[in-house]
Design a protein around this ligand. Sequence first.
Ligand code: FES
Length: 223
Amino acid sequence: MLLETHAAEIETILAKYPQKRSAVLPLLYIAQDEYGHLTKDAIREVASILDLPYTDVFEIVGFYTLFYNRPMGRWVLQVCDDVPCCYLGAEEVISGLKRRLGIEEEQTTPDGMFTLQRVKCVAACNKAPVLQANLNYIYNLSDDKLDALLRDLRAQAESGQKLSISGRLAEDYDATPEGLRQIVRDLGSISQEVAAIKAQVASETAKTESEAPAAESDAEKSE
Ligand code: FES
């Protein structure tokens, strides 16, 4: 339950708005990250926290393309195919990803790791061609960088590191033939806000993990 796993983060978000209903988008992002996509139960949970009718929240999920009401890969790869990216090789990137992953657009790999999508301009044309992986920007792609890109993303997912399909933890990366190289953002106060969210996510993850063994042993005792 989100009120147990993300209590502090939800409290912080709710405190920002005079009316609870205004927090619907950030709470849906939390739910999507927690459950992988927005199931009916997840939508019901958010509606209940905000005292909103289920149908109001359901309609919001249907309206925004970055809310997923169906299972997605742990990494959602969105390749920009708008004009500047196309001139610099977006189609080669898309076909290279399809070939390596063995999927078509809007499909997910059988292991649930990657979903591939086409999107329009993501406002980074000066570093085309561009792909977003869970909204992490990955710049200057080309076919010869895709093996390293997929290897690094897979390694992140398998390391147990928390991924945010909603992009709440997104960063900027340059693609290189050797792998991803992070670019440090300078966004002033936004950077501080992102750092605060990351700290909250890390502390709540650690708390949930430390409570898990105790819950398991309680369950064992009662058997
Ligand atoms: S055209 Fe691809 S980022 Fe603008």
